[in-house]
Design a protein around this ligand. Sequence first.
Ligand code: GLN
Length: 505
Amino acid sequence: MKNRGYKIANQKLDPYINIDPGTMSPYEHGEVFVTDDGAETDLDLGHYERFTDENLTENSSITSGKIYLEVIEKERKGDYLGKTVQVIPHITDAIKQKIYNFEKMGIDIVITEIGGTVGDIESGPMLEAIRQIGIEQKEEDTVFIHVTLLPYISGSKELKSKPTQHSVKELQALGIMPDILVCRADEKISENMKEKIALFCNVKKENVIENKTVSNLYEIPLMLEEEGLANAVCKKLNLKNTNSNNEGWEKLIKSIKENQNYKKVKIAIVGKYTKLEDSYLSVIESIKHAGYKNLVNTDIELVDSEQITKENVKDIIGKYNGIIVPGGFGDRGIEGMIETIKYARENKVPFLGICLGMQMAVIEFARNVLKLEDANSEEFEENCKNAVIHIMKEQKEIRKKGGTMRLGAYPCKLKKDSKAYNIYGKEEISERHRHRYEYNNKYRMEMEKAGLKIAGTSPDETLVEMVEIKNHPFFEACQFHPEFKSRPDKPHPLFVSFVKAQIFD
Ligand code: GLN
């Protein structure tokens, strides 16, 4: 729809009660994605941004918890003027408002995704809200798209449409008639099967869209375009169906496919949430984007930092061309990260430290180069004598959002004589943050003198945002999260240089 010239916005409605996923373990929910305006959101927003290249806001990530909190706070203030406050209409009105908010933002089409499965108790009010929107708006202003599953039974080698029939029935019982069915399937859906689904589910056959498993997720938009999804949407919304300009994306897919044949580089992400790939989703995608750009095949492995010791670090880490220590919270596995960074620094293995990864790089440098053996972060040792990473009391003012966390986009000024400046090709950058602790300015001089260069700071120079080491193929560490801004067709410069450094090793 964007490539047809429409201004679009994506939005996710999550039925759970948490206000946002900020407090959830990555094992519960995968990574927490952060928007420019500092919202801690569902990782689906990362997908939305990567696919559409539109920066989203807080209004794009709504949970039941957020809605209920808002309504209950209003109730306490007496805003409902003595009325009984109920799920319908008060909760549903609050949900609808979040969807209608996009009207003020000049958006042509808002694509609202409701998480969970039809029939879940929790998502009831959200489905009721969109049902109401369907009758409040003109027929041509809404389209209901239902994503269903066609399981493949390998014994009889067939797809089954029963679960789709049942979930459509369930949805109809809630008053919603889907206009389009997007059917997830591991195999091709035959014409006969599409006819059967159309007949039993009360949709037009051309609106039964195959969404087949593909080898690379970035192939999906073109596949759905070929299946006629956007055409069906234009028809229902009575929109001018101009030609879709997909050239850029087609080129990207072509280069992704060719990439399989290129040289392989092995990259380790050394962290503590390694049992679930989704914990590092944006980091993994950013590495892949950089691989597409550099024409290399990136082979990414998650390595559990808890297993790494001084004795085994070479055996575990030695086989990788590049190492990333990503973000994280809490002290589990940090000693293994420090050993890893020491290995990368001394053996000149390309290294990228992100957020906690930068903090660990600073601690490693303080301990092993400055010989401050007790150097640590206040996060792990509150009364540490050499807290090279600490909470800046005077910074609390600028962190009103999210309590003591620094969240969302902040400007950063790069030093002209730094490698980081060369990588970005400009002095002023803006990157997204999500952390409590900062580099301790007390150690700046000592560290710089010993070779840990401050490559970037906040414009007023009070906050250290990037550090790097000279005479190293690539040793960059940042207090922010570059992975949130990488796009498959616009890879992030830090990741591009990080991968590039490995080709020439
Ligand atoms: N735990 C660290 C902090 O709060 C780093 C956070 C992160 O890596 N996102 O500052």
